[in-house]
Ligand binder design. Sequence first.
Ligand SMILES: [Zn+2]
Length: 392
Amino acid sequence: MPSKTAIASIPLATVRYCGLMAEFSFHIHKTDGRARTGEIRMARGTIRTPAFMPVGTAATVKAMKPDDVRAAGADIILGNTYHLMLRPGAERMARLGGLHRFMNWPHPILTDSGGYQVMSLGALVKMREEGVSFQSHVDGAKHFVSPERSIEIQRLLGSDIVMAFDECTPFPATRERAESSMRLSMRWAKRSRDEFLKSDQGALFGIQQGSMFPDLRQESADKLQEIGFEGYAIGGLAVGEGQQAMFEVLDYAPGMLPAEKPRYLMGVGKPSDIIGAVMRGIDMFDCVLPTRSGRTAQAFTLGGTLNLRNARHAEDSGPLDAGCPCPVCASYSRAYLHHLFKAGEMLGAMLLTEHNIWHYQDLMRGLRDAISKGKVEAFARDRLSRYSAAAE
Ligand SMILES: [Zn+2]
């Protein structure tokens, strides 16, 4: 681990890029129906797929130390460009040696483009062809992000997988709105690629848009492949359309993208969403659900979701989830977790976040293993029937 002296010795006047040189390959080991398992090899490590990326919004996976995130089985985490550009700032992060060193996570990091979070600010945002201007939620300062600036910020952070700058088309969208939004995103995708190619750091993923319209999804997929990316994301889902509508899009959208490249479904999701998406050919996921739920007493277990604040756990000396291999379930009772949340103790959020991340990583391990054995359908059926136990 770098010492404080080592960090202080970096000349603060020097802004440098902290990423590693491009090394990116995707190997599919086995397919089972449309599901695939394999690995992405990068300079900072190998990502086993299907992969779930815990979200590290502000240079921390909230309430968890990086070593514990790694121990749970995460090969890669996600960082949020929007939050990091405002605080501590991309140039400052670069002067401090980049995001990996800053947060003590030496493994791969994917950064989003910041577009989604900038545009979710609503009234504070002005969008035009050139880019997006907005006011910081931290201090009210005015900022401008273009595709070029987004790529530059992600490079300054030292990202291993950089995302193209796009507009996440809101749901529901009329056909006209979905079309103009998708076409703007495709022009921005080209500008993102041009900027990205000025250095040889990491990998760049393009993002398919097109809302719920198959022909727009196809046009978007074609344009992205014309430009050419190391991987492809499916955007504009998990925005309130519901699982059934999302699966309808996933029945056709992954097949429009090149089979030999990784496919990333952004912002998804519940364990049942992930299972359904893996069955439809998705390789990568990210979602705040396991960490956010960990802070609000919601546990993901093999028997469905539990609310640890519920009084029925007050005298339950059993583990949170008897089938879970995590250190929390090995050492702490439901009664203790219940007590921590009732007493407002921060350890409750820490333990439950750790368990939830383990639950997600264990699900991904199970999916990878089942695909390897050609048994993903039986695995999915079994998991889904257990999850459907009544939620609290
Ligand atoms: Zn557990």
